[in-house]
Design a protein around this ligand. Structure first.
Ligand code: 5AD
Ligand code: SF4
Length: 447
């Protein structure tokens, strides 16, 4: 039997969405409990966890090139790390990874990573293992309490998706919609704040589908959860992502007008502007219905910054359909957005639909869409110049004495001075670039 030395350092590389960042932090908590510490920057780790994303083909392919790179580096140095593949590629292609990549000793799905310590024990005995079970919630109960937090923390409140948009793998890789219990979330939020969090972003694939019951047995929605968490005195900011138009409630819209700590930002993907394409995507909303929803958010919070996701080149998308996407973009005036070329995913209905759009057409549409989105982002940033706002100090900038943080509208702001991570400063926004703004600090507000 091959017995491998217990790793003393780890590195976790998370791809894709913020949920993976959260999962990466929780895997780090687990590994630290095993006495394994995070490898310093630039240092080779004994254990590498690739926390993968399956949403588009390009993202999924990255895992194989990373495994190749790690094995090659290991052969050179004579010290190949233990490799674990986690996340959504692990869930979707676990067996294929095991067959294709002998260097991988653990494959663990997003609902099973609490079992990582046991899998590591097997790996040390030379046994390769795969765990892609999807027991709802068990993972969270098995994870250690939160003891560390950066000022900006993520908190997963809901996982999975029941919407089955026809292009999307999430309902298959992350499973059905599951809400974590209310009390667990309040406890975790408290622990995060005690550990130094000043901003919490509530996460879920359909975060606004979260529902629970409070300690008195009364039903609570996401807005109710936000209200309760907002009462934590040392917590300054709350955000949430990603929402679905079908799960927006009156209470959530009202919360934006009533809760100061809830930041004026909404990420509400629409995907396309043509009702025909939205139907083919199984999106359950029309372009007009989406615009009316946004209007209601704007009524509740006039300065709310809007964000969304778009897919160009969904099967059968015509130039006229695409023109409707551009019209919608102009009608909204987004502060920022993500946009992607359609990528056929194995097992999803859209992958076998007629009218797959040629790559050149997708390239051209993506470019035109992105130039429209950039124009709106620039306009939004320019319109912010002259405003005064609080910024949470997040990290050092490139120049000595320069710091970076986020405005309430999630813009990156850079400013000069002598601060510590987690400070809040009041700045005047004095100059706008495409992707960031320069701030002049008026005063330090606190931590
Ligand atoms: N191809 C391209 N983009 C996709 N997304 C999800 N599935 C696909 C796909 N198959 C995009 C959607 C979603 C975001 C997270 O990724 O815009 O909102
Ligand atoms: Fe995927 Fe649609 Fe669910 Fe979002 S709502 S995760 S795009 S299936």
């Amino acid at each position: 039997m091959t017995v491998i030395a217990r790793p003393s350092t780890f590195r976790i590389k998370s791809f894709g969405c913020q949920m993976n960042v959260y999962d990466g932090e929780r895997m780090a908590d687990l590994l630290r409990e095993q006495g394994i510490t995070r490898a310093a920057d630039g240092e080779e780790a004994d254990l590498v966890v690739l926390n993968t994303c399956h949403i588009r083909e390009k993202a999924a392919e990255k895992v194989y090139s990373d495994i190749g790179r790690l094995s090659k580096a290991g052969r050179k140095s004579g010290r190949t790390p233990l490799i674990a593949v986690a996340g959504c590629v692990a869930q979707a292609e676990g067996e294929e990874i095991m067959a294709r990549a002998p260097a991988v000793s653990m494959v663990v799905g997003p609902q099973a990573y609490h079992r990582l310590p046991a899998m590591l024990d097997s790996a040390l005995q030379g046994e390769r293992s795969t765990d892609t079970d999807m027991p709802p919630i068990a993972k969270f109960d098995a994870l250690p309490a939160r003891r560390r937090s950066a000022p900006g923390a993520f908190l997963t409140v809901q996982e999975g998706c029941d919407k089955f948009c026809t292009y999307c793998v999430v309902p298959y890789t992350r499973g059905a919609e599951i809400s974590r219990p209310y009390r667990d979330l309040v406890t975790e939020a408290q622990a995060l704040v005690e550990a130094g969090a000043r901003e919490i972003t509530l996460l879920g694939q359909n975060v606004n589908a979260w529902s629970g019951t409070d300690d008195g047995g009364r039903p609570v929605g996401l807005d109710g959860l936000i209200r309760v968490i907002a009462r934590l005195p040392d917590l300054k900011r709350i955000r949430y992502t990603t929402s679905h138009p079908a799960d927006v409630t009156d209470g959530l819209i009202a919360a934006h007008g009533e809760i100061d700590k809830l930041m004026p930002f909404l990420h509400l993907p629409v995907q396309a502007g043509s009702d025909r394409i939205l139907r083919a995507m199984n999106r359950s909303h029309t372009a007009d219905g989406y615009l009316r929803l946004l209007e209601r958010f704007r009524e509740a919070r006039p300065d709310i910054a809007l964000s969304g996701d778009f897919i160009v080149g969904f099967p059968s998308e015509t130039e006229a359909d695409f023109a409707e996407t551009l019209n919608l973009v102009d009608a909204v005036g987004y502060a920022q957005c993500f946009s992607f070329k359609y990528s056929p995913r194995p097992g999803t209905p859209a992958a076998s639909m007629d009218g797959q759009v040629p790559a050149e057409v997708m390239d051209d549409r993506l470019q035109r869409l992105q130039s429209a989105l950039n124009r709106h982002q620039r306009a939004f940033n320019r319109a912010s110049v002259g405003k005064t706002c609080d910024v949470m100090v997040e990290r050092r900038g490139k120049r000595p004495g320069q710091w970076l943080g986020k405005s309430p509208w999630l813009q990156s702001v850079h400013f000069d001075g002598d601060y510590a991570v987690g400070d809040f400063v009041e700045v005047e926004l004095v100059e706008a670039g495409d992707n960031s703004l320069a701030g002049r600090v008026l005063r330090t507000v606190g931590r």
